[in-house]
Ligand binder design. Structure first.
Ligand code: UD1
Ligand code: MG
Length: 446
Protein backbone atom coordinates (compact mmCIF):
# COMPACT_ATOMS: atom_id res chain seq x y z
CA UNK A 1 0.00 0.00 0.00
CA UNK A 2 1.39 3.41 -0.84
CA UNK A 3 1.91 5.80 2.02
CA UNK A 4 -0.41 8.36 0.49
CA UNK A 5 -3.48 6.15 0.90
CA UNK A 6 -2.96 5.70 4.64
CA UNK A 7 -5.38 7.64 6.77
CA UNK A 8 -5.53 8.15 10.52
CA UNK A 9 -7.78 10.09 12.86
CA UNK A 10 -7.21 11.79 16.19
CA UNK A 11 -10.41 12.15 18.17
CA UNK A 12 -10.23 14.65 21.01
CA UNK A 13 -12.19 13.53 24.05
CA UNK A 14 -10.30 14.86 27.06
CA UNK A 15 -12.64 17.75 27.86
CA UNK A 16 -14.50 17.77 31.15
CA UNK A 17 -18.08 17.95 29.90
CA UNK A 18 -19.21 19.50 33.18
CA UNK A 19 -22.32 21.05 31.67
CA UNK A 20 -23.85 17.61 31.15
CA UNK A 21 -24.02 17.32 34.97
CA UNK A 22 -23.53 13.59 34.66
CA UNK A 23 -21.35 10.86 36.14
CA UNK A 24 -21.06 9.43 32.63
CA UNK A 25 -18.25 11.00 30.55
CA UNK A 26 -19.75 13.28 27.91
CA UNK A 27 -18.56 11.39 24.83
CA UNK A 28 -20.24 8.22 26.12
CA UNK A 29 -23.68 9.81 26.16
CA UNK A 30 -25.69 8.22 23.38
CA UNK A 31 -27.31 9.49 20.22
CA UNK A 32 -29.61 6.95 18.55
CA UNK A 33 -28.34 4.43 21.13
CA UNK A 34 -24.66 4.78 20.15
CA UNK A 35 -22.16 6.77 22.25
CA UNK A 36 -21.22 10.05 20.55
CA UNK A 37 -17.65 8.80 20.37
CA UNK A 38 -18.93 5.75 18.47
CA UNK A 39 -20.55 8.00 15.85
CA UNK A 40 -17.29 9.85 15.31
CA UNK A 41 -15.35 6.57 15.07
CA UNK A 42 -17.85 5.22 12.51
CA UNK A 43 -17.75 8.45 10.48
CA UNK A 44 -13.96 8.58 10.17
CA UNK A 45 -13.87 4.86 9.33
CA UNK A 46 -16.48 5.61 6.66
CA UNK A 47 -13.96 8.06 5.18
CA UNK A 48 -11.29 5.36 4.93
CA UNK A 49 -9.47 5.82 8.24
CA UNK A 50 -7.68 2.71 9.44
CA UNK A 51 -5.95 4.01 12.57
CA UNK A 52 -7.65 6.01 15.27
CA UNK A 53 -6.22 7.60 18.40
CA UNK A 54 -8.67 8.79 21.03
CA UNK A 55 -7.24 11.44 23.33
CA UNK A 56 -8.55 11.08 26.89
CA UNK A 57 -8.00 12.77 30.24
CA UNK A 58 -6.10 10.94 33.00
CA UNK A 59 -8.41 8.54 34.82
CA UNK A 60 -11.08 8.50 32.11
CA UNK A 61 -11.22 4.71 32.25
CA UNK A 62 -14.70 4.35 30.80
CA UNK A 63 -13.73 6.34 27.70
CA UNK A 64 -10.48 4.41 27.39
CA UNK A 65 -12.28 1.06 27.67
CA UNK A 66 -14.86 2.06 25.08
CA UNK A 67 -12.24 3.35 22.63
CA UNK A 68 -10.10 0.22 23.01
CA UNK A 69 -13.12 -2.03 22.58
CA UNK A 70 -13.75 -0.24 19.27
CA UNK A 71 -10.20 -1.00 18.11
CA UNK A 72 -8.80 2.49 18.73
CA UNK A 73 -5.51 3.43 20.37
CA UNK A 74 -5.66 5.74 23.37
CA UNK A 75 -3.40 8.67 24.26
CA UNK A 76 -3.60 10.49 27.57
CA UNK A 77 -3.50 14.28 27.65
CA UNK A 78 -2.11 14.84 31.13
CA UNK A 79 -3.58 18.33 31.53
CA UNK A 80 -6.30 20.02 29.49
CA UNK A 81 -4.28 22.83 27.95
CA UNK A 82 -6.28 23.20 24.73
CA UNK A 83 -7.17 21.44 21.50
CA UNK A 84 -3.71 21.92 19.98
CA UNK A 85 -2.11 20.42 23.08
CA UNK A 86 -4.57 17.51 22.91
CA UNK A 87 -3.77 16.79 19.25
CA UNK A 88 -0.09 16.84 20.09
CA UNK A 89 -0.66 14.23 22.81
CA UNK A 90 -1.75 11.79 20.11
CA UNK A 91 1.72 11.76 18.56
CA UNK A 92 2.93 9.18 21.10
CA UNK A 93 0.35 6.74 19.69
CA UNK A 94 1.29 7.34 16.03
CA UNK A 95 5.12 7.22 16.13
CA UNK A 96 5.48 5.26 12.90
CA UNK A 97 2.54 6.71 11.03
CA UNK A 98 3.15 8.10 7.59
CA UNK A 99 0.06 9.51 5.90
CA UNK A 100 -2.73 12.01 6.37
CA UNK A 101 -4.50 12.49 9.65
CA UNK A 102 -7.76 14.19 10.52
CA UNK A 103 -8.41 15.75 13.91
CA UNK A 104 -12.02 15.49 15.08
CA UNK A 105 -13.94 16.12 18.30
CA UNK A 106 -15.51 13.25 20.23
CA UNK A 107 -18.51 15.35 21.14
CA UNK A 108 -19.48 16.23 17.54
CA UNK A 109 -21.55 13.17 16.59
CA UNK A 110 -23.15 14.53 13.42
CA UNK A 111 -20.21 14.99 11.07
CA UNK A 112 -20.69 12.62 8.13
CA UNK A 113 -18.13 10.35 6.46
CA UNK A 114 -18.55 12.49 3.32
CA UNK A 115 -17.31 15.60 5.12
CA UNK A 116 -14.30 13.76 6.55
CA UNK A 117 -13.59 12.42 3.05
CA UNK A 118 -13.72 15.97 1.64
CA UNK A 119 -11.28 17.10 4.34
CA UNK A 120 -8.86 14.31 3.35
CA UNK A 121 -9.24 15.22 -0.33
CA UNK A 122 -8.56 18.87 0.46
CA UNK A 123 -5.47 17.94 2.47
CA UNK A 124 -4.22 15.70 -0.34
CA UNK A 125 -4.52 18.59 -2.81
CA UNK A 126 -3.21 21.54 -0.81
CA UNK A 127 -1.42 20.05 2.21
CA UNK A 128 -4.11 21.03 4.71
CA UNK A 129 -7.88 21.30 4.95
CA UNK A 130 -10.17 22.62 7.62
CA UNK A 131 -13.93 22.26 7.88
CA UNK A 132 -16.06 25.36 8.28
CA UNK A 133 -19.78 26.12 8.28
CA UNK A 134 -21.95 29.19 7.97
CA UNK A 135 -24.08 30.30 10.88
CA UNK A 136 -25.73 33.39 12.28
CA UNK A 137 -23.81 33.64 15.53
CA UNK A 138 -22.38 31.68 18.43
CA UNK A 139 -19.05 31.64 20.23
CA UNK A 140 -17.26 29.74 17.46
CA UNK A 141 -13.86 30.46 16.04
CA UNK A 142 -14.14 32.65 12.90
CA UNK A 143 -12.43 31.88 9.62
CA UNK A 144 -10.65 34.99 8.34
CA UNK A 145 -10.11 35.10 4.58
CA UNK A 146 -7.77 37.32 2.59
CA UNK A 147 -9.12 39.76 -0.01
CA UNK A 148 -8.74 37.10 -2.71
CA UNK A 149 -10.89 34.67 -0.69
CA UNK A 150 -7.98 32.45 0.32
CA UNK A 151 -7.60 31.28 3.90
CA UNK A 152 -5.71 33.58 6.20
CA UNK A 153 -6.24 32.44 9.82
CA UNK A 154 -8.77 31.39 12.43
CA UNK A 155 -9.51 33.68 15.32
CA UNK A 156 -11.12 32.26 18.44
CA UNK A 157 -14.29 34.02 19.51
CA UNK A 158 -12.77 35.17 22.80
CA UNK A 159 -9.84 36.74 20.93
CA UNK A 160 -11.90 38.24 18.09
CA UNK A 161 -12.75 41.89 17.48
CA UNK A 162 -16.44 42.84 17.04
CA UNK A 163 -15.85 43.02 13.28
CA UNK A 164 -14.34 39.52 13.26
CA UNK A 165 -17.20 38.20 15.37
CA UNK A 166 -19.67 39.37 12.72
CA UNK A 167 -18.14 36.98 10.14
CA UNK A 168 -20.54 34.12 9.41
CA UNK A 169 -17.90 31.56 8.33
CA UNK A 170 -17.11 29.55 11.47
CA UNK A 171 -14.60 26.86 12.32
CA UNK A 172 -16.10 23.40 12.84
CA UNK A 173 -12.89 22.21 14.48
CA UNK A 174 -11.96 19.48 11.99
CA UNK A 175 -8.51 19.68 10.45
CA UNK A 176 -6.71 17.32 8.04
CA UNK A 177 -3.02 17.33 7.11
CA UNK A 178 0.03 15.14 6.72
CA UNK A 179 0.61 13.64 10.17
CA UNK A 180 4.33 14.47 10.48
CA UNK A 181 3.81 18.07 9.42
CA UNK A 182 0.80 18.41 11.74
CA UNK A 183 2.84 17.28 14.73
CA UNK A 184 5.57 19.70 13.66
CA UNK A 185 3.09 22.56 13.75
CA UNK A 186 1.43 21.51 17.03
CA UNK A 187 4.91 21.48 18.63
CA UNK A 188 5.30 25.13 17.62
CA UNK A 189 2.02 26.38 19.13
CA UNK A 190 2.07 28.95 21.90
CA UNK A 191 -0.66 29.89 24.38
CA UNK A 192 -0.44 33.68 24.11
CA UNK A 193 -4.20 34.20 23.79
CA UNK A 194 -7.29 35.08 25.78
CA UNK A 195 -7.68 31.56 27.20
CA UNK A 196 -3.97 30.78 27.59
CA UNK A 197 -4.57 27.56 25.69
CA UNK A 198 -2.69 25.85 22.90
CA UNK A 199 -5.20 26.29 20.09
CA UNK A 200 -5.39 23.74 17.29
CA UNK A 201 -6.94 26.58 15.34
CA UNK A 202 -3.56 28.31 15.12
CA UNK A 203 -2.15 25.40 13.10
CA UNK A 204 -3.56 26.47 9.70
CA UNK A 205 -1.89 29.88 9.99
CA UNK A 206 1.44 28.14 10.75
CA UNK A 207 0.89 25.99 7.66
CA UNK A 208 0.21 29.10 5.62
CA UNK A 209 3.45 30.64 6.84
CA UNK A 210 5.14 27.47 5.54
CA UNK A 211 3.71 28.12 2.06
CA UNK A 212 0.57 25.97 2.24
CA UNK A 213 -2.78 27.45 1.24
CA UNK A 214 -5.25 25.51 3.43
CA UNK A 215 -8.47 24.36 1.76
CA UNK A 216 -11.65 25.47 3.53
CA UNK A 217 -14.37 22.81 3.26
CA UNK A 218 -17.80 24.28 3.96
CA UNK A 219 -20.12 21.69 5.54
CA UNK A 220 -23.80 21.95 6.52
CA UNK A 221 -24.20 23.69 9.86
CA UNK A 222 -25.80 20.69 11.58
CA UNK A 223 -22.64 18.63 11.00
CA UNK A 224 -20.72 21.01 13.23
CA UNK A 225 -23.09 20.69 16.18
CA UNK A 226 -21.10 20.04 19.32
CA UNK A 227 -22.79 18.63 22.39
CA UNK A 228 -22.06 20.36 25.67
CA UNK A 229 -25.39 20.08 27.49
CA UNK A 230 -28.42 17.83 27.73
CA UNK A 231 -30.29 20.27 25.50
CA UNK A 232 -27.66 19.98 22.78
CA UNK A 233 -27.68 16.20 23.18
CA UNK A 234 -31.44 16.24 22.51
CA UNK A 235 -30.87 18.50 19.49
CA UNK A 236 -28.31 16.02 18.12
CA UNK A 237 -30.78 13.18 18.71
CA UNK A 238 -33.47 15.02 16.72
CA UNK A 239 -31.16 15.50 13.77
CA UNK A 240 -29.89 11.91 13.89
CA UNK A 241 -33.45 10.54 14.08
CA UNK A 242 -34.46 12.65 11.09
CA UNK A 243 -31.50 11.26 9.14
CA UNK A 244 -32.41 7.67 10.01
CA UNK A 245 -36.07 8.20 9.09
CA UNK A 246 -35.17 9.85 5.79
CA UNK A 247 -32.76 7.04 4.96
CA UNK A 248 -35.32 4.30 5.61
CA UNK A 249 -38.04 6.08 3.66
CA UNK A 250 -35.64 6.48 0.74
CA UNK A 251 -35.01 2.73 0.97
CA UNK A 252 -38.73 1.95 0.70
CA UNK A 253 -39.89 1.78 4.32
CA UNK A 254 -43.30 3.32 5.00
CA UNK A 255 -43.50 5.71 7.93
CA UNK A 256 -46.91 7.31 8.26
CA UNK A 257 -45.76 9.85 10.84
CA UNK A 258 -41.96 9.70 10.71
CA UNK A 259 -41.50 12.28 13.45
CA UNK A 260 -43.08 9.84 15.94
CA UNK A 261 -40.95 6.80 15.09
CA UNK A 262 -37.65 6.42 16.95
CA UNK A 263 -34.88 4.31 15.49
CA UNK A 264 -31.50 3.01 16.60
CA UNK A 265 -28.19 3.49 14.81
CA UNK A 266 -28.13 -0.25 14.04
CA UNK A 267 -31.76 -0.78 13.04
CA UNK A 268 -32.23 -2.94 9.94
CA UNK A 269 -35.53 -2.60 8.04
CA UNK A 270 -36.27 -4.11 4.65
CA UNK A 271 -38.37 -2.37 1.99
CA UNK A 272 -42.16 -2.42 2.22
CA UNK A 273 -42.23 -2.56 5.98
CA UNK A 274 -44.97 -0.27 7.30
CA UNK A 275 -44.44 1.43 10.63
CA UNK A 276 -47.41 3.16 12.21
CA UNK A 277 -47.11 6.23 14.46
CA UNK A 278 -45.51 6.12 17.92
CA UNK A 279 -43.14 3.19 17.63
CA UNK A 280 -39.84 3.00 19.52
CA UNK A 281 -37.07 0.81 18.14
CA UNK A 282 -34.14 0.21 20.50
CA UNK A 283 -30.86 -1.51 19.51
CA UNK A 284 -30.61 -4.85 17.77
CA UNK A 285 -33.81 -4.89 15.72
CA UNK A 286 -34.23 -6.40 12.25
CA UNK A 287 -37.55 -6.21 10.40
CA UNK A 288 -38.24 -8.25 7.26
CA UNK A 289 -40.06 -6.97 4.20
CA UNK A 290 -43.81 -6.58 4.32
CA UNK A 291 -43.95 -6.71 8.11
CA UNK A 292 -46.18 -4.19 9.82
CA UNK A 293 -45.34 -2.54 13.12
CA UNK A 294 -48.48 -1.07 14.57
CA UNK A 295 -48.76 1.94 16.86
CA UNK A 296 -47.26 2.16 20.34
CA UNK A 297 -44.99 -0.84 20.06
CA UNK A 298 -41.54 -1.02 21.69
CA UNK A 299 -38.96 -3.30 20.08
CA UNK A 300 -35.49 -4.20 21.32
CA UNK A 301 -33.10 -7.00 20.33
CA UNK A 302 -35.78 -8.57 18.17
CA UNK A 303 -35.81 -10.20 14.76
CA UNK A 304 -39.08 -9.95 12.89
CA UNK A 305 -39.54 -11.99 9.72
CA UNK A 306 -41.35 -10.95 6.57
CA UNK A 307 -45.07 -10.33 6.78
CA UNK A 308 -45.35 -10.44 10.57
CA UNK A 309 -47.73 -8.05 12.32
CA UNK A 310 -46.57 -6.57 15.61
CA UNK A 311 -48.84 -4.53 17.87
CA UNK A 312 -50.54 -2.22 18.46
CA UNK A 313 -49.07 -1.95 21.97
CA UNK A 314 -46.67 -4.88 21.66
CA UNK A 315 -43.37 -5.21 23.47
CA UNK A 316 -40.58 -7.29 21.97
CA UNK A 317 -37.60 -7.73 24.29
CA UNK A 318 -34.13 -9.10 23.58
CA UNK A 319 -34.14 -12.55 22.04
CA UNK A 320 -37.60 -12.23 20.52
CA UNK A 321 -37.67 -13.97 17.15
CA UNK A 322 -40.93 -13.61 15.28
CA UNK A 323 -41.47 -15.86 12.24
CA UNK A 324 -43.08 -15.10 8.90
CA UNK A 325 -46.67 -13.89 9.07
CA UNK A 326 -46.82 -14.41 12.83
CA UNK A 327 -49.02 -12.00 14.80
CA UNK A 328 -48.09 -10.41 18.11
CA UNK A 329 -50.98 -8.30 19.30
CA UNK A 330 -51.89 -5.76 21.93
CA UNK A 331 -50.28 -5.98 25.36
CA UNK A 332 -48.24 -9.00 24.39
CA UNK A 333 -44.66 -9.18 25.70
CA UNK A 334 -42.15 -11.54 24.11
CA UNK A 335 -38.69 -12.13 25.59
CA UNK A 336 -36.05 -14.69 24.59
CA UNK A 337 -38.65 -16.65 22.67
CA UNK A 338 -39.15 -17.94 19.14
CA UNK A 339 -42.58 -17.59 17.64
CA UNK A 340 -42.66 -19.71 14.49
CA UNK A 341 -44.30 -18.80 11.18
CA UNK A 342 -48.01 -18.13 11.29
CA UNK A 343 -48.31 -18.43 15.09
CA UNK A 344 -50.57 -15.92 16.83
CA UNK A 345 -50.53 -14.33 20.25
CA UNK A 346 -52.95 -11.51 19.88
CA UNK A 347 -53.89 -10.32 23.34
CA UNK A 348 -52.56 -9.77 26.86
CA UNK A 349 -49.84 -12.39 26.97
CA UNK A 350 -46.32 -12.96 28.28
CA UNK A 351 -44.13 -15.34 26.31
CA UNK A 352 -40.72 -15.55 27.98
CA UNK A 353 -38.09 -18.26 27.39
CA UNK A 354 -40.45 -20.10 25.07
CA UNK A 355 -40.56 -21.84 21.71
CA UNK A 356 -43.91 -21.57 19.98
CA UNK A 357 -44.44 -23.85 16.97
CA UNK A 358 -45.82 -22.86 13.58
CA UNK A 359 -49.48 -21.83 13.50
CA UNK A 360 -49.94 -22.29 17.23
CA UNK A 361 -52.65 -20.09 18.70
CA UNK A 362 -51.96 -18.48 22.05
CA UNK A 363 -55.16 -17.37 23.76
CA UNK A 364 -55.68 -14.09 25.58
CA UNK A 365 -54.07 -13.88 28.99
CA UNK A 366 -51.61 -16.74 28.48
CA UNK A 367 -48.58 -16.50 30.75
CA UNK A 368 -45.39 -18.52 30.60
CA UNK A 369 -44.31 -18.82 34.24
CA UNK A 370 -40.62 -18.90 33.34
CA UNK A 371 -38.99 -17.75 36.58
CA UNK A 372 -39.13 -19.17 40.08
CA UNK A 373 -37.14 -16.35 41.60
CA UNK A 374 -33.85 -18.19 41.03
CA UNK A 375 -33.68 -19.73 37.57
CA UNK A 376 -35.37 -19.41 34.20
CA UNK A 377 -37.00 -22.38 32.49
CA UNK A 378 -38.37 -22.89 28.97
CA UNK A 379 -41.82 -23.58 27.67
CA UNK A 380 -42.29 -25.48 24.42
CA UNK A 381 -45.52 -25.24 22.49
CA UNK A 382 -45.85 -27.54 19.46
CA UNK A 383 -47.05 -26.75 15.96
CA UNK A 384 -50.74 -25.96 15.72
CA UNK A 385 -51.31 -26.20 19.48
CA UNK A 386 -54.18 -24.16 20.89
CA UNK A 387 -53.53 -22.55 24.26
CA UNK A 388 -56.83 -21.62 25.87
CA UNK A 389 -57.30 -18.14 27.30
CA UNK A 390 -55.77 -17.48 30.70
CA UNK A 391 -53.53 -20.55 30.65
CA UNK A 392 -50.55 -20.43 32.99
CA UNK A 393 -47.72 -22.58 31.65
CA UNK A 394 -45.42 -23.42 34.56
CA UNK A 395 -42.00 -24.02 33.01
CA UNK A 396 -40.22 -26.21 32.30
CA UNK A 397 -43.17 -27.64 30.42
CA UNK A 398 -44.06 -28.87 26.93
CA UNK A 399 -47.36 -28.76 25.12
CA UNK A 400 -47.30 -31.19 22.19
CA UNK A 401 -48.22 -30.39 18.61
CA UNK A 402 -51.93 -30.00 18.04
CA UNK A 403 -52.75 -30.20 21.76
CA UNK A 404 -55.35 -27.96 23.42
CA UNK A 405 -55.23 -26.50 26.90
CA UNK A 406 -58.55 -25.60 28.45
CA UNK A 407 -59.09 -21.93 29.32
CA UNK A 408 -57.98 -21.04 32.80
CA UNK A 409 -55.67 -24.05 33.16
CA UNK A 410 -52.48 -24.06 35.18
CA UNK A 411 -50.31 -26.47 33.20
CA UNK A 412 -47.57 -28.02 35.31
CA UNK A 413 -47.00 -31.30 33.43
CA UNK A 414 -46.17 -31.97 29.78
CA UNK A 415 -49.20 -32.32 27.50
CA UNK A 416 -48.99 -35.03 24.80
CA UNK A 417 -49.57 -34.12 21.17
CA UNK A 418 -53.24 -33.79 20.19
CA UNK A 419 -54.41 -34.18 23.82
CA UNK A 420 -56.71 -31.87 25.76
CA UNK A 421 -55.34 -30.73 29.11
CA UNK A 422 -57.73 -29.35 31.70
CA UNK A 423 -56.21 -28.13 34.93
CA UNK A 424 -58.74 -25.98 36.76
CA UNK A 425 -61.32 -26.28 39.49
CA UNK A 426 -64.50 -28.15 38.58
CA UNK A 427 -67.55 -25.95 38.23
CA UNK A 428 -70.65 -26.46 40.41
CA UNK A 429 -73.94 -24.50 40.47
CA UNK A 430 -76.24 -23.68 43.39
CA UNK A 431 -79.71 -22.94 41.96
CA UNK A 432 -81.32 -19.72 43.30
CA UNK A 433 -78.34 -18.96 45.55
CA UNK A 434 -77.63 -15.53 44.05
CA UNK A 435 -81.20 -14.32 44.30
CA UNK A 436 -81.52 -15.50 47.90
CA UNK A 437 -78.22 -13.78 48.76
CA UNK A 438 -79.41 -10.46 47.31
CA UNK A 439 -82.69 -10.61 49.18
CA UNK A 440 -80.96 -11.35 52.48
CA UNK A 441 -78.56 -8.44 52.03
CA UNK A 442 -81.34 -6.03 51.13
CA UNK A 443 -83.22 -7.15 54.26
CA UNK A 444 -80.14 -6.43 56.42
CA UNK A 445 -79.86 -2.88 54.96
CA UNK A 446 -83.34 -1.83 56.11
C1 UD1 B 1 -13.33 24.66 19.26
C2 UD1 B 1 -12.49 25.51 18.30
C3 UD1 B 1 -13.37 26.58 17.68
C4 UD1 B 1 -14.53 25.95 16.98
C5 UD1 B 1 -15.31 25.07 17.94
C6 UD1 B 1 -16.35 24.29 17.16
C7 UD1 B 1 -10.27 25.50 19.24
C8 UD1 B 1 -9.25 26.28 19.99
N1 UD1 B 1 -11.42 26.10 19.05
O1 UD1 B 1 -13.72 25.52 20.32
O2 UD1 B 1 -12.62 27.35 16.75
O3 UD1 B 1 -15.39 26.96 16.44
O4 UD1 B 1 -14.44 24.10 18.57
O5 UD1 B 1 -17.16 23.57 18.03
O6 UD1 B 1 -9.99 24.40 18.81
N2 UD1 B 1 -10.37 18.97 24.17
C9 UD1 B 1 -9.40 18.13 24.65
N3 UD1 B 1 -8.39 18.67 25.40
C10 UD1 B 1 -8.31 19.99 25.69
C11 UD1 B 1 -9.32 20.84 25.18
C12 UD1 B 1 -10.35 20.30 24.43
O7 UD1 B 1 -9.43 16.92 24.43
O8 UD1 B 1 -7.36 20.40 26.36
C13 UD1 B 1 -11.46 18.41 23.36
C14 UD1 B 1 -12.81 18.55 23.99
O9 UD1 B 1 -13.13 17.41 24.75
C15 UD1 B 1 -13.73 18.68 22.77
C16 UD1 B 1 -12.85 19.32 21.73
O10 UD1 B 1 -11.51 19.11 22.15
O11 UD1 B 1 -14.12 17.43 22.29
C17 UD1 B 1 -13.14 20.79 21.52
O12 UD1 B 1 -12.89 21.50 22.71
P1 UD1 B 1 -13.84 22.68 23.18
O13 UD1 B 1 -13.36 23.15 24.49
O14 UD1 B 1 -15.25 22.29 23.05
O15 UD1 B 1 -13.49 23.77 22.06
P2 UD1 B 1 -14.37 25.02 21.70
O16 UD1 B 1 -14.12 26.07 22.70
O17 UD1 B 1 -15.76 24.60 21.46
MG1 MG C 1 -16.93 22.92 21.94
Amino acid sequence: MSAITRKAAIILAAGQGTRMKSALPKVLHKVAHLPMLGHVIAAVRGAGVSRIVVVVAPGADAVRDYAEAQGCAVAVQDRQLGTGHAARAAQQALPDFDGDVVVAFGDNPLTTPGTFARAFDGAAKTGMALVAFRTGGGAYGRVIQAADGSFERIVEYKDATPAERSIDLCNAGILAADARRLFGWTARLTNANAQQEYYLTDVPALARADGISPAVIVAPEEEALGVNSRGELAAAERIMQDRLRARFMAEGVGLVAPETVFLSHDTVIEPDVEIEPFVVIAPGVTIGSGARIRSHSHLEGAEIAAGAIIGPFARLRPGAWIGENAHIGNFVEVKNATIAAGAKANHLTYLGDADVGPKANIGAGTITCNYDGFTKARTEIGAGAFIGSDTALVAPVKVGAGAITAAGSVITRDVPADALAIARGTQSEKPGWAKAFRERKQQEKK
